[in-house]
Design a protein around this ligand. Structure first.
Ligand SMILES: C[S@@+](CC[C@H](N)C(=O)[O-])C[C@H]1O[C@@H](n2cnc3c(N)ncnc32)[C@H](O)[C@@H]1O
Length: 467
């Protein structure tokens, strides 16, 4: 799918450094994106973290369109890396040496622009060539130029080359196999959704406004958006817009949250006076949603093991004017932080493979290994076992993941139930489902949302009630 850049986005066409010192040249942007891609692909660093670190340390901050262009090129190239790398190998006379891996990233970034964006070819080529000296490879200008021009000339014959499913879909073999086994009917739709560029979804703070009112506010600011019918507070932006300049964002009228994640807090059904534990809470998307849905809770404890991420819970609470007890601690080691008072509701939004959020985090397909799945499932099991005793009699625990793999989901809950006779499976909040609207596919235990089949991210929800 080609990305349509608006006029302001086509910094690509600029070859001179702008006199405005806050603006990057087209080649600067490409060199920056190349550094990000190389860190992710060759050093296995997280894309989100690398992007933030590199952007925050640029000598010239760059304008909003610069940052958007860098993000688009870095995330898009990482998304299609396997395909772009295969095309690159067809175009090079001989493979690049290991010390020139960053050139492979630069060439892939050039190909990404030619295949997946509307950036004019001449600008894509010249700005990419111009980035070679900026990554310390002045000598490679001719090579990059020749490879990209050859692609333009020979594209139709390159398109005819038979490529493996892994190369065609830009997914690793093991993941295709796992998705195919789990979802024989839907695996292709899941893969196609993983390769789409995600749109921003907002959660309207219904304590401050209604979804209809906020849609009107957006419309009067000429921001195109639609309501997502599956979820009462969710709005999808149709065009790109910087989050912080959305009307009312700073004042806490809206937050960014996928609709599948929004359904989790609704499914917990917390009510006034209840004590609630959000056990894997950072960065606080569900913590703040739970408080927006039910401000009269007795207490909401937001626990996370990662102090840096936990800091983001405080930031969100502050922006939204909400209050929770943020605790840094290990959900598996409850002796270290639990005060001995039981909880009426527990949400375990467990660390997982993230196989439901690959569209937003395209690096997941490169960074995950098949062996991670059983390791993650073991950790999820420990969390469930450790937190279950903290739930009051008749209490309700909701286990969620943004995974689409049964080992982390329905099979996890099945084995938990086999080992805990005081637990029974209860489907989450049935008010979320009416007529043909459902939270997801009904599983032996829990519900599964699948990207490409349902709206938003792939997500799993299972409710466990205590006898
Ligand atoms: C899927 S994310 C949670 C997202 C969050 N619920 C939200 O809606 O914004 C999983 C979180 O679990 C945390 N985590 C991982 N292991 C943990 C543990 N043993 N105890 C507590 N938190 C843990 C991670 O630091 C991460 O922030």
């Amino acid at each position: 799918m080609a990305i349509h850049f608006r006029q302001g986005d086509v910094l690509a066409a600029k070859s001179e450094k702008s006199p405005d010192s806050d603006t990057l040249s087209g080649s600067d942007s490409r060199a920056t994106a190349t550094r990000i891609i190389a860190q992710v692909i060759f050093n296995r660093h997280s894309l989100d973290r690398t992007y933030s670190q590199i952007i925050n340390n640029l000598p010239t901050t760059g304008s909003e369109p610069d940052r958007r262009l860098i993000q688009e090129l870095a995330y898009g190239t990482v998304r299609w890396w396997t395909t772009l790398e295969s095309i690159t190998s067809n175009l090079l006379e001989q493979p690049l040496k290991r010390k020139n891996q960053d050139l492979a990233a630069l060439i892939a970034l050039g190909l990404y622009q030619l295949i997946h964006t509307d950036i004019p070819h001449h600008a894509a080529v010249s700005e990419t060539v111009g980035a070679a000296p900026l990554i310390g490879k002045q000598w490679a200008r001719g090579l990059v130029n020749a490879v990209l021009r050859r692609f333009i000339k020979e594209r139709s014959s390159l398109d005819k080359i038979e490529r493996s499913l892994s190369v065609k879909t830009a997914h690793p073999e093991w993941l295709i196999t796992a998705l195919n086994q789990a979802w024989p009917q839907y695996w292709r739709a899941i893969i196609d959704a993983n390769n789409c560029r995600p749109l921003l979804t907002l959660r309207v703070n219904t304590q401050k406004t209604s979804r209809e009112e906020y849609l009107c506010t957006l419309s009067s600011s000429s921001i195109q958006a639609v309501a997502i019918t599956d979820c009462p507070s969710a709005i999808q932006l149709v065009s790109r817009h910087p989050v912080t300049s959305l009307p009312g964002f700073i004042e806490g009228v809206v937050s960014v949250q996928d609709c599948s994640a929004q359904l989790a807090s609704l499914a917990l059904s917390a009510r006034p006076g209840m004590r609630v534990l959000d056990a894997c809470a950072a960065p606080g998307g569900k913590t703040t949603h739970l408080l927006e849905l039910c401000p009269e809770l007795d207490e909401l404890v937001a626990l996370d093991i990662d102090p840096k991420r936990a800091g983001r819970i405080d930031e969100s609470l502050k922006r939204l004017g909400l209050d929770a007890k943020v605790v840094i601690g290990d959900g598996i080691d409850t002796d270290k932080w639990w005060d001995g008072r039981l909880f009426d509701r527990i949400l375990i939004d467990a660390p997982c493979s993230g196989t439901g959020v690959i569209a937003k985090h395209p690096d997941i397909r490169h960074l995950r290994r098949p062996s991670d799945i059983s390791q993650l499932a073991a950790k999820q099991r420990l969390l469930l076992n450790a937190l279950w005793p903290l739930l009051t009699e008749n209490g309700y625990l909701l286990y969620t993941t943004c995974s689409v793999l049964p080992q982390e989901n329905t099979l996890q809950i099945e084995s938990f139930l086999n080992e805990h006779p005081d637990a029974f499976h209860r489907l989450p909040n049935t008010a979320l489902q009416s007529g043909d609207r459902s939270i997801g596919l009904v599983q032996p235990y829990g519900y599964q949302r699948l990207q490409g089949v349902h709206h938003g991210d792939g997500f799993f929800y299972a409710g466990l009630a205590k006898k």
